[in-house]
Design a protein around this ligand. Sequence first.
Ligand SMILES: *[C@@H]1O[C@H](CO)[C@@H](O)[C@H](O)[C@H]1NC(C)=O
Ligand SMILES: *[C@@H]1O[C@H](CO)[C@@H](O)[C@H](O)[C@H]1NC(C)=O
Ligand SMILES: *[C@@H]1O[C@H](CO)[C@@H](O)[C@H](O)[C@H]1NC(C)=O
Ligand SMILES: *[C@@H]1O[C@H](CO)[C@@H](O)[C@H](O)[C@H]1NC(C)=O
Ligand SMILES: *[C@@H]1O[C@H](CO)[C@@H](O)[C@H](O)[C@H]1NC(C)=O
Length: 449
Amino acid sequence: MKFTSTLRAIGASALLLSSVGAVELDITSPDSIKSAAKSISENLRSYYTGDRPGDVPGNLPDPYYWWECGAMFNAFVDYWYYTGDDQFNGITTQALQAQIGHNGAFMPANQSKTLGNDDQAFWGMAAMSAAENKLPDVGDGKPSWLSLAQAVFNTQYKRWDETTCGGGLRWQIYTFNNGYNYKNTISNGCFFNIAARLYKYLGNDTYGDWAEKAWEWELAVGLIGKDYHFYDGSDDTLNCSSINHIQWTYNAGVHMAGAAAMWNVTQNEKWRTRLEGIIIGVGVFFKDNIMVEMACENNGKCDVDQRSFKAYLSRWMGYTALIAPWTRDMIDPLLQTSAQAAAKQCNAGPNQTSCGLKWTLDGVNDNNFGVGEQMAALEVVQSLLYRTMSGPATEEKGGISESNPDAGSDVTDVPITFDRVTTGDKAGASILTILVLMSILVGAWWMVS
Ligand SMILES: *[C@@H]1O[C@H](CO)[C@@H](O)[C@H](O)[C@H]1NC(C)=O
Ligand SMILES: *[C@@H]1O[C@H](CO)[C@@H](O)[C@H](O)[C@H]1NC(C)=O
Ligand SMILES: *[C@@H]1O[C@H](CO)[C@@H](O)[C@H](O)[C@H]1NC(C)=O
Ligand SMILES: *[C@@H]1O[C@H](CO)[C@@H](O)[C@H](O)[C@H]1NC(C)=O
Ligand SMILES: *[C@@H]1O[C@H](CO)[C@@H](O)[C@H](O)[C@H]1NC(C)=O
């Protein structure tokens, strides 16, 4: 492995080791990275109760929404891939299969009230990672990992909606949910991500064409702005004539990974330029090479969902570096310094492995604890191991998950249990973007498009 030889100088060697009592991390040593990831992951696992008798697999306790549990199991799939430690594979497989719903497309009836395209897609992306990382299919007539990702794709491309804004996916699937009128970047970005990765895995142009189409639409409508900045979304009752300019790490990340997959397959200049632009563009989220959720971290306004967003940018930076090797020189300094800063402050809680929200090289933990904070630290640390890996499988190179191009194609968007949401209900409980927009005060420079 060329792990150490390619390590870049990133400041004083004193920074290489975190202080005693915290999670130890020497970024030059794969063993050290694995052991740090193990400590952080075991702490993350302690939040999950879905495997207990009487509890529901694939759900986290309050205050975590359904989608974040899917995101967490994606982190555990990646954890196993990067470290070889399979201690979470049992609960991962159980949870992913438990939440496929009666249609096998991650649309369980009792999540209808909170089911956005993005929520569904976070589970779909976990299944896609399982296929890419060669987590064995369950067999026994249960849907394969790959077919679950295909099912999400097949349900979502049919929701492409040209009645307003010239196209795009709405945030919500069901008309009765708050946010149905919002065409947001994370929903379209997740669709782009899944389409691009299916294209890479299967080589079927249908997926590549949809990825291209989603990107072009986001660009045309202005959700992708100049300098490859990704804005939050737009109101379709105004035909997307005005854009909400808040930027989140996960929007950039979800597109970065998709663009990397598109480049990996096509190796053309167009996708190379786009991918390079995105990586330069994420500079807005780094201060001294440390990742920051700029819109809410320093003003203390990150909600439960947003506390996990740095996990996804980290995850997808690792994925990008794996499949587009020319990006590594750009990604390494960001990933390495962020991982050190994240690990340094994972020094709280009963086992001194609880990570806070704010990553800092001075080892100060900000006492924000939760699934999001813990998952983000896990993803940024384990992604350092990308250099030791051969990269995601494809159908032709190592893939073992069964393809089913028709999966989910007979699904109609009519929920089994129609249960009207009232205003008092936990409105739009999926990834809450729009409802917090008004309440978040961000620096003026941040809003500049
Ligand atoms: C702390 O360690 C104990 C023993 O290994 C474990 O059972 C518990 O889940 C851990 N708690 C956290 C928050 O990591
Ligand atoms: C949702 O539906 C599934 C499948 O019918 C069921 O097992 C589960 O207990 C229900 N409740 C929750 C909170 O998921
Ligand atoms: C809505 O926006 C789309 C895409 O920008 C445009 O093609 C269409 O003409 C607009 N419709 C109206 C009614 O303005
Ligand atoms: C594309 O990704 C695979 C891993 O999935 C990797 O082996 C291959 O080298 C990448 N292609 C290029 C041109 O970098
Ligand atoms: C490609 O994928 C599409 C969409 O799932 C499917 O209809 C088509 O049959 C596939 N083509 C091949 C050659 O597998």
